[in-house]
Design a protein around this ligand. Structure first.
Ligand code: SER
Length: 588
């Protein structure tokens, strides 16, 4: 309805962008509908014109600890309409009002709408214009609240496009709480007001602390889809809306408690919301066309955290990990049509969720025992902080994301020595970075690390299919592809290429653990490790083992399990120099 409404008013529909932002290292995920449009808000021409409308999938993890209450979600959809130097306050506010109140659209009574507008600063005038427009449309003055910078100013980071906004709230109860006249939208958090839409008049850009006018005056609006549904359906939680309820119902049916028991116990209600939200978020991250799989860095780490956190709360509800992972199907059934990439990538979604659950299942119990012992020790000694060494061990050996350990600690009123943990983590990372430089990796991004492990599998598979004369002559890895040079006297037959590809894929699918040991050079040589021996430094070498299919001298870094690699494809096989062949391969 929203899309149709704005189409009728001259807007072009633009597709939802990837959850993984383009060329923006400052954030891991697309966190708002406007995010992919920043270059256009700054002045670049958009191919679809100056009036745009969309629905955008978003991930926000800043509030992950709040997920479990009535309104916070890590995954949500945002509806947006945009003017790139086209219409401004008048049309923007009038159309929002029309869409919200008209019977044939949302039909929300004007009497339950409240708005906030910008109160002004020394640099930017008080937004009497917006207030006047709202008033003329029929919003009484006492339902228009003027608020300052911290409420009615929207900005992208410290240096970026920004401007005053007007926020639209639905009054869910029509009765002030105990705060009386202070029970106001934007200020009171009693639950009476649901913020559903934010219209930003984006006409400034901040550079080095100073405000400058943008070349064009833009409008950026964002309407929270789930919250709007909740307001429309007059339910107080987003989990009761059709955007989440089918997932909730499915998970309740898998729990050892019934609906009534869960509702009656706040702890279980919270757990149910967490596993619902985290399942939906995980499915959308895994279903994106830009490949992300659970790992120890970047987006992959967030995904790992979501899955592992969900597994813990599944335990509380008596939902098995397998059943939780399989419930991805419910999310696919609900959203596969609107977001075709989910249907396209459903194989990866199911496989990766199952793999990550299995992996964590193997270490969760051992790690929990270690942590419980540590907690008991601390309590016996009247201490309240878990040391960085334990936290790092839980992370490195047992796969406990640090936030996970912190959450468990907090439940026992303990903290974690985060500084010490970070120091150990940084040491570990710097070692890996130095090693990466020696391994032909352009960087230590998640993609490059996945490619790096894939080269080891490719090396082993070539030796298996073509013979033990195959030796690596070099490799070159970027985020987009890998090149691998090896000794072999003649071009590969088509069947040979297919066999190598299949073998590598079967090893990936087996989800072998990737481990490493430091050992004396002679020992490595004796145990049959392959690799570029001449590059070694000192007498001790690091040897990476992948299941029992590969043993190779290497400094890392690598993925922790081969399943993280995904789908492996050989794109090209050609000559590199006399007696040396070159394979170009991609993973997705
Ligand atoms: N930039 C505003 C928001 O994200 C409106 O899109 O809330």
């Amino acid at each position: 309805m929203y899309i149709a409404f704005f189409k009728e008013r001259g807007h072009e529909v633009i597709p939802s962008a990837s959850l993984i932002p383009d060329n923006d290292p400052s954030v891991l995920f697309t966190t708002a509908g406007m995010h992919p449009l920043v270059p256009y808000l700054l002045g670049r021409d958009h191919a679809s014109g100056s009036r745009l409308v969309d629905y955008q999938k978003c991930i926000r993890t800043t509030d992950i600890e709040e997920v479990g209450d009535l309104t916070h979600l890590t995954f949500f959809e945002m509806l947006g309409n945009w003017s790139l130097g086209d219409y401004y306050r008048n049309e923007s506010i009038a159309w929002s009002f029309e869409f919200l109140t008209r019977e044939d659209y949302l039909g929300i009574p004007a009497s339950s709408i409240w708005v906030t507008v910008f109160a002004g600063t020394d640099d930017v005038p008080r937004d009497e214009e917006s207030a006047g427009i709202w008033e003329r449309l029929g919003i009484a003055r006492d339902r228009i609240v003027f608020l300052g910078m911290e409420h009615n100013w929207w900005a992208v980071g410290d240096d970026g496009p920004c401007g005053p906004d007007t926020e639209i709230f639905i009054d869910m109860t029509s009765a002030p709480c105990a705060n009386g006249v202070q029970c106001l939208p934007g200020l009171c958090s009693c639950g009476r007001f649901f913020e559903i839409w934010n219209n930003v008049f984006m006409s400034y850009v901040r550079r080095g602390g100073e405000l400058h006018d943008l070349p064009k005056k833009n409008v950026d609006t964002g309407m929270g889809f789930e919250r709007t549904l909740a307001a429309l359906n007059r339910v107080d939680s987003v989990y009761e809306t059709s955007a989440l309820k089918p997932i909730v119902d499915r998970l309740v049916s898998l729990s050892s408690y019934d609906d009534a028991a869960i509702r009656a116990t706040p702890e279980l209600t919270r757990a149910l919301r967490i596993i619902t939200d985290h399942l939906k978020a995980s499915v959308f991250i895994l279903g994106d066309d830009r490949v992300v799989t659970p790992s120890n860095q970047g987006q992959g780490y967030v995904l790992r955290r979501l899955i592992r956190r969900a597994i813990r709360f599944c335990g509380l509800l008596g939902v098995t990990h397998q059943a939780w992972a399989e419930s991805a199907q419910t999310v696919l059934d609900m959203f596969g049509e609107v977001y075709p990439e989910l249907a396209r990538n459903s194989g990866r979604i199911h496989a990766q969720l199952a793999l990550e659950c299995d992996r964590f299942e193997r270490t969760l119990e051992k790690g929990t025992i270690l942590l419980q012992k540590e907690i008991a020790d601390l309590q016996a000694r009247n201490q309240s902080q878990i040391g960085g060494e334990t936290a790092f061990r839980l992370y490195d050996t047992y796969g406990f994301p640090i936030e996970f350990t912190e959450e468990l600690a907090a439940e026992h009123h303990l903290s974690v020595d985060r500084n010490d943990y970070e120091r150990r983590f940084a040491e570990h990372r710097d070692r890996s970075k130095g090693d990466a430089a020696k391994s032909g990796l352009a960087d230590t991004s998640e993609e490059s690390v996945r490619y790096h492990t894939a080269t080891h599998l490719l090396h082993a598979a070539l030796r298996e299919i073509l013979g033990k004369h195959v030796a690596q002559m070099g490799s070159n890895i970027t985020r987009e592809r890998m090149r691998f040079d090896f000794t072999h006297p003649k071009p590969l037959a088509r069947e040979e290429i297919a066999s190598v590809e299949q073998l590598v894929q079967s090893w990936i699918d087996a989800d072998f653990p990737v481990t490493h040991d430091v050992m004396p050079y002679e020992h490595a040589e004796k145990s049959g490790a392959i690799g570029l021996f001449e590059d070694r430094y000192g007498n001790d070498v690091t040897v990476y083992r992948i299941g029992d299919v590969s043993l190779e001298l290497c400094g890392g870094p690598h993925v922790t399990h081969t399943g993280e690699i995904g789908k492996f494809k050989i794109e090209k096989e050609q000559s590199s120099s006399a007696g040396v062949r070159r394979i170009r391969a991609v993973i997705s």
